[in-house]
Design a binder for this molecule. Structure first.
Ligand SMILES: [Zn+2]
Length: 606
């Protein structure tokens, strides 16, 4: 493409500009040098190009980018008039104030444009563009935060992280999917308080949480440090229930050498391992419950007639959700591949993670019986107890407003718009929702008198209680808990191996060591690092101090009366100098490695 517009002031690249090159800007179109433009004329050339672009005149495409990088005399981007017209560049719409029309701007030109966010920021002669909406500066997920302009900014950033970890309803085609792992919230709800972009992106088809009645109260000690108490009755009614879908492909053609297709799914008639558990096709029944050790699938070798049964290996019970029998991509396969999708129920348990939409995460600490929860005058029991210490330092005022807005929405049967930048000091959100609560007969500030569920007495303080949309996050204890007594060890160091799947240990590292040292608990330290790790008893020669030279005697002949074999130092050639010491096993390995490098380690045994 060539610059077909005869722009005034632009000299073609093969022509000579009227002024020295140092006083001209190079003109680049899609990265190709096309000419020179006079330093004084460049701004007006750029302006007229933009004019044509917005008004769609002179065949200038409306998605063109016009970036004039000025000569500043300081280190900066390379000066020039850069024009881009290629497809697939990121562009976004803003309002061109001069022409009163929407304009698509690109990533490079917006650095050199003056774009106002609010009407008041527009200063004549300087501001050329304005955002279509104040929330245009926010990303997709940031736009799902209600009243985000009332929050401390790091909290909004935390929510942008957590919004991606919600256990929601991400798609409508669970039956047709075969993802390794899919999460699903069983009882999702549409939020009562939502920003306009929530509807713009049709998130009601993909909801991410549940409206919960939240009381901000410190009740017992189970809500300390971001722990939260959940009403057990709410849980029994299905609060935040969910499941995980796990799919596994089983390809029989991978189980045997190529060319041989004698393996087929099926059961050997009368096989006691599979009777009543697997269908005749060798696959589990849809809807069957599987637990550890149950037959999972079975296949037969048609040549030999022998059958193989594979067993369900996960410790977690599951339900067979669906099974897809697959061919290959061209449809010419022999249906030797199946995809078994199982559903693992994952209802909330102690240790599961939740979060509101304001970066306020919390761990379920107790499922509290409803009769012991605090209750309101009308007898309502909250779903969640949130510790008030979570507010002062985090300053998530948006969550307080959401609570009041959610409460008034529930009382009046509304959905509230929570788009940021619609409330201000003059037109405050507190006033708006306070009046609304008052109109419904509730306290202006969203508080209520609560009664202790233990004693039945009225609590002295007014308790802030309202409706907050809570997300269930997909970090669950059942995926993370780790426990070990004894188990597998590393064959080189004899220390416990790591890893949750193999019942490994948890590393007691340098920082943990420092913590125990600081507490003076040296016996505990010794226990962790030695007795519970790779304690071993080694033979050492007291005379030469070697760990490597003591060797066990050869076994005596079978007719010999001698039964106890002795250790002998192969260097000193005597056995009365052998003693035993407790050393970490890895130390013996270390000594052996040093010996391989011709370094002798001598132990002084006292
Ligand atoms: Zn010796």
């Amino acid at each position: 493409m060539t610059l077909s517009v005869p722009s005034p002031g632009v000299t073609p690249v093969d022509g000579a500009p009227h002024r020295p090159h140092a006083e001209c800007y190079p003109v680049l179109l899609d990265g190709v040098m096309v000419g020179w433009v006079d330093k004084e004329l460049a701004p007006s050339v750029a302006a007229s190009l933009r004019h044509f672009k917005v008004l769609r005149e002179k065949r200038i495409p409306p998605w063109m980018e016009v970036a004039l990088v000025p000569i500043t005399g300081k280190p900066s981007l390379y000066p020039g008039l850069f024009l881009f017209t290629t497809p697939c560049r990121l562009v976004r719409p803003v309002q061109n104030l001069e022409l009163g029309k929407e304009e698509l701007i690109g990533t490079m030109e917006q650095l050199f444009m003056n774009i106002a966010v609010f009407e008041e920021e527009v200063s004549a002669g300087v501001t050329t563009h304005q955002e279509l909406f104040p929330h245009s500066l926010l990303s997709v997920i940031a736009n799902f935060i209600p009243f985000s302009d009332h929050n401390q900014s790091p909290r909004n950033m935390y929510q942008c992280q957590m919004g991606k970890q919600t256990m929601g309803f991400p798609l409508l085609t669970y039956q047709d999917r075969s993802d390794n792992k899919l999460y699903r919230l069983q009882t999702p709800q549409s939020p009562l308080v939502r920003p306009c972009m929530y509807d713009h992106y049709d998130m009601d088809s993909y909801p991410i949480g549940t409206n919960a009645v939240v009381a901000v109260i410190s009740y017992t000690g189970y809500d300390m440090e971001d722990a939260m108490i959940v009403n057990k009755a709410s849980w029994e009614r299905g609060f935040a229930h969910g499941s995980v879908y796990k799919s596994e492909f089983i390809d029989l053609s991978e189980k045997i050498k190529q060319g041989d297709d004698s393996l087929v799914f099926g059961v050997r008639p009368g096989d006691p391992r599979t009777v009543q558990k697997l269908d005749d096709d060798g696959l589990p029944f849809i809807g069957a419950q599987l637990q550890y050790g149950d037959p999972y699938y079975s296949y037969i070798n048609l040549n030999t007639g022998e059958s193989s049964v594979m067993f369900y290996k996960s410790k977690e019970n599951c339900i067979v959700d669906n099974i897809k029998v697959c061919s290959n991509d061209t449809g010419s396969g022999k249906f030797k591949c199946v995809c078994i999708t199982v559903r693992v129920p994952r209802n909330p348990t102690i240790g599961d993670k939740f979060a509101s939409r304001h970066g306020q995460k919390g761990i379920l600490s107790r499922l509290w019986p409803p009769e012991d929860m605090p209750f309101t005058e009308s007898g309502m029991v909250p779903d969640i107890l949130f510790n008030p210490h979570g507010f002062p330092s985090r300053m998530t005022i948006g969550m307080l407003i959401e609570s009041m807005a959610g409460k008034s929405a529930a009382l009046h049967g509304l959905c509230h718009d929570a788009t940021p930048f619609i409330f201000s000091e003059e037109n405050s959100a507190l006033e708006y929702f306070g009046e609304m609560l008052k109109a419904a007969g509730y306290n202006y500030y969203g508080t209520e008198r609560l009664y202790s569920g233990i004693s039945g007495l009225e609590l002295e303080a007014d308790i802030f209680i309202g409706v907050v949309y809570y997300q269930r996050l997909r970090h669950m204890v059942s995926d993370k808990f780790q426990v070990r007594t004894t188990g597998a060890r590393d064959r080189v160091t004899n220390q416990p191996i790591g890893g949750r799947n193999v019942q490994g240990g948890i590393r007691f590292g340098e920082m943990e060591r420092d913590a125990l040292l600081a507490h003076g608990t040296s016996f505990l330290l010794h226990d962790r690092l030695f007795n519970c790790s790779d304690r071993s008893v080694a033979h050492v020669c007291v005379k030469c101090g070697s760990l490597l030279s003591p060797l066990l005697e050869k076994p005596p002949p079978s007719w010999s009366a001698m039964r106890n074999r002795k250790y002998n130092c192969t260097v000193c050639n005597r056995s009365d100098t052998i003693d035993t010491v407790s050393v970490p096993y890895v130390f013996r390995y270390f000594v052996a490695e040093l010996a391989a490098m011709n370094i002798k380690v001598k132990l002084d045994v006292i």
